[in-house]
Each structure stands twice: as C-alpha cells, then as structure tokens.
Design a protein around this ligand. Structure first.
Ligand SMILES: *[C@@H]1O[C@H](CO)[C@@H](O)[C@H](O)[C@H]1NC(C)=O
Ligand SMILES: *[C@@H]1O[C@H](CO)[C@@H](O)[C@H](O)[C@H]1NC(C)=O
Ligand SMILES: *[C@@H]1O[C@H](CO)[C@@H](O)[C@H](O)[C@H]1NC(C)=O
Ligand SMILES: *[C@@H]1O[C@H](CO)[C@@H](O)[C@H](O)[C@H]1NC(C)=O
Ligand SMILES: *[C@@H]1O[C@H](CO)[C@@H](O)[C@H](O)[C@H]1NC(C)=O
Ligand SMILES: *[C@@H]1O[C@H](CO)[C@@H](O)[C@H](O)[C@H]1NC(C)=O
Ligand SMILES: *[C@@H]1O[C@H](CO)[C@@H](O)[C@H](O)[C@H]1NC(C)=O
Ligand SMILES: *[C@@H]1O[C@H](CO)[C@@H](O)[C@H](O)[C@H]1NC(C)=O
Length: 257
C-alpha cells in the first residue's frame, strides 16, 4: 500500500512537470535575437581587444604583486581563454534565435600606451561587460537567454575583481549602498570612455535591444519595470528612446556610490 502510494505520487509529479512545460511557449523571439546580437558584439569586442596585446611576463609582473608573476600570467591567459568561451556560449544559444546574424563590426581600441594602461582598460572593460550583461538580462523573457546572461555576468565580474584587486587594494567598501553596477544597453552604447560605456569603440555596428515589457528602471539594488504601456512592437521605439535617460541616470548614481 505504501509502495502503491509512491507510484501514484510519481505519476502526479510527472504530470505536473509535463503540463507546466507545455503551458507556455518559451522559444526565443526576435526580441531575444536583438539581445543576443548585442551580447555577441560586447563579447567579441573584448576578445578582439585582448588580441591586440601580447601577454608576457612584464604585463604579468604588474598585476602580480603578492602572487608570483608566472601565476599571474597563467591567470591572465585563463581570463582570455574564458572570454573566448563566453563568445562560444553566445554563439551556441544564438543558433536557436530567429534570424540571428553576427553583426559585422569595425572596432576601434583605446590607445594602450603601456602595460599600466592595458591593465586599466582590461579592468574597465571586464567591469563594463559584467554590468552590461546584468542589464541585458532585464531585456529578455527567455529562461535560456537569462541563464546565459547570468553566467556571463558572473564570469566577467570574477575577471574584473581579480584584475582590479591587483591594481587597487580598495575594491569593496563597508559603506557601499549599491550592489555590483548594472548598465542598460542604451548606456553601454553611449560614446564615452568611462566604465559602463563602449559606444566609442563599437563603430555603431549594433543598436540597443528594446525591452519587450516596458521601461526597465535600474536602481542600486533592484530594477523595476516602470511602464508597460510601451510594450508591443509598434510603440516600442518610444520605450527605446525613453530608456536611456531613466536607466543611465539611475545607473550613474548606483555606480558612483
Ligand atoms: C512557440 O513560438 C514560436 C515562435 O513564436 C513558434 O515558432 C513555435 O512553433 C511555438 N511552439 C509551440 C510549441 O507552440
Ligand atoms: C609585453 O607586452 C606589452 C603589452 O603588450 C608590451 O608593451 C611589451 O613591450 C612586452 N614586453 C616584452 C618584453 O615583450
Ligand atoms: C581565443 O580565440 C582567438 C580567435 O578565435 C584565438 O586566436 C586565440 O588563440 C584564443 N585564445 C585562447 C586563450 O583560447
Ligand atoms: C600592487 O603593486 C603596485 C606597484 O608596486 C602598487 O602601486 C599597488 O598598490 C599594489 N596593489 C595592491 C592591491 O597591493
Ligand atoms: C579603487 O577602488 C575604490 C573602491 O571601488 C574606488 O573608489 C577608487 O576610485 C579606486 N581607485 C582607483 C585608482 O582605481
Ligand atoms: C565611504 O568610506 C570611504 C573610506 O572609508 C570614504 O572615503 C567615502 O567618502 C565614504 N563614502 C560615503 C558615501 O560615505
Ligand atoms: C576620455 O575622454 C576624455 C574626453 O573625451 C579625454 O580627455 C580623456 O583623456 C579620455 N581618457 C582616456 C583614458 O582615454
Ligand atoms: C522598485 O519598486 C520598489 C517597490 O515599489 C521601490 O521601493 C523601489 O524604489 C523601486 N526601484 C526602482 C529602481 O525603481
């Protein structure tokens, strides 16, 4: 009898799973294609940046400090390798996105005058990608795209923290009021040379994805959809143009605190 009731329970569990799976359609949409093309460009840009420098013991000794410089070189090479893996992950998920095309980009890179400036830019770009992928996760309704972006954000945050902690001993503050920064796509595409923006380097090869649900207001701790009136394709350009101001200013506050 006990045995029988376990079998009944298994049937119920199986039924619940299959009806949950069929009750909604979680296929990637053209909106996800835009998010993935944007994600691909950011990943590809950072990989291309790393290709422009030669990692060697001199670079490693700058970032080594207490670690041995051969360990530091190993870590830097590991970071470049992991960044290649992120591009591959984007490519694999993109194969499910309708009409995905790798944008064709002509990047410009900031002047790297020496090892010191290479490390500064590597830190800035890793931080920017971490925040950009957190921000992009607010622009999808697909579990698979959200999963990819969460993983990429964690990967780049780890890289940024390691590089940053080599060159700045004060990375975390006890009086901080914000979690790790998050940047809306419109802010990431702004043409400044500050952390959080890459527009200067991307040559306008991708545009900001539009939020399918309204305007995402990014705060220091969480983000809210503040308006659903703009949802839907016909009015989404309105949402797109109002996103920059709200998200960028909210993020700037979060970043500077
Ligand atoms: C889910 O939606 C996509 C695109 O909107 C469509 O191609 C696909 O056939 C749908 N799948 C199911 C199981 O309804
Ligand atoms: C090491 O790499 C840096 C940056 O790519 C470069 O400026 C430097 O000249 C290289 N040093 C040696 C010894 O190759
Ligand atoms: C990363 O990918 C580039 C281009 O595909 C390749 O040239 C490079 O060797 C790879 N680097 C690592 C560390 O995997
Ligand atoms: C690493 O060493 C450099 C140069 O010696 C120094 O300026 C920097 O503060 C050190 N960084 C840390 C995190 O100790
Ligand atoms: C070091 O990190 C702290 C805390 O994040 C930041 O306020 C400061 O500007 C950083 N300094 C440098 C030289 O990057
Ligand atoms: C947080 O603490 C640091 C040093 O402990 C200080 O320089 C900074 O002004 C403080 N920030 C705020 C917002 O209180
Ligand atoms: C960033 O841009 C400003 C103004 O465009 C310029 O003055 C500054 O030198 C740039 N900083 C770097 C590190 O390139
Ligand atoms: C999100 O909504 C909560 C609850 O209404 C509010 O406290 C918070 O300030 C909002 N945050 C942003 C970034 O709009």
């Amino acid at each position: 009898m006990r045995f029988g009731s376990q079998i009944a329970w298994l049937f119920v569990a199986g039924g619940a799973l299959s009806s949950a799976a069929s009750s909604s359609n979680c296929s990637l949409t053209s909106s996800d294609t835009d998010v993935l093309e944007y994600t691909w460009v950011l990943s590809n840009f950072l990989n291309s940046f790393y290709q422009t420098v030669q990692l060697n013991q001199s670079v490693a000794s700058l970032v080594s400090n207490s670690t041995s410089s051969s360990k530091a070189l190993e870590n830097l090479e590991g970071i470049v390798h992991a960044d290649n893996l992120t591009a591959e992950a984007v490519r694999e998920v993109s194969s499910q996105a309708p009409d995905f095309k790798e944008p064709s980009c002509q990047y410009t890179f900031p002047p790297v005058s020496g090892i010191q400036s290479f490390v500064k830019w590597a830190y800035q770009f890793e931080s920017t990608l971490s925040g950009a992928f957190i921000g992009a996760a607010g622009y999808t309704q697909s579990p698979e795209v959200a999963f990819l972006l969460a993983r990429l954000a964690a990967e780049h945050s780890a890289h940024a923290t390691w590089i940053g902690s080599r060159v700045n001993s004060s990375m975390f503050q006890a009086n901080a009021t914000s979690l790790v920064p998050a940047y809306a796509p419109s802010q990431v595409l702004l043409k400044t040379n500050e952390t959080g923006s890459l527009g200067t380097y991307l040559g306008d090869c991708v545009s900001a994805p539009k939020n399918p649900c309204g305007v995402l207001q990014i705060g220091p701790l969480e983000a809210n959809i503040t308006s659903s009136s703009a949802a839907g394709s016909s009015s989404s350009s309105v949402a797109g143009s109002s996103t920059p101001l709200t998200s960028a200013s909210a993020t700037a506050t979060a970043t500077s605190s």
